[in-house]
Design a protein around this ligand. Structure first.
Ligand SMILES: [Zn+2]
Length: 67
């Protein structure tokens, strides 16, 4: 029997929303995972960011266009 309580949802590493889909940890979605990967590849990854979720989405769309 496994009655271990579910771990508290951690914020998405990209947009800060609670991660509800465990398969995408530590991100809330595959899209946020791609955004994070893009940051690493572009060499601009920062742990601290002032980007709002909306700005992160815009950056994601720009990244998609570059592909
Ligand atoms: Zn996210």
């Amino acid at each position: 029997m496994d009655d271990t309580p579910a771990p508290a949802a951690k914020p998405c590493a990209t947009c800060g929303k609670p991660v509800v889909e465990q398969r995408h940890r530590p991100f809330c979605s595959a899209r946020c995972k791609q955004v994070d990967l893009g940051r690493w590849f572009s060499g601009t990854y920062r742990v601290e960011t002032n980007e709002s979720p909306d700005e992160a989405e815009s950056a994601d769309k720009r990244h998609q266009n570059e592909l």
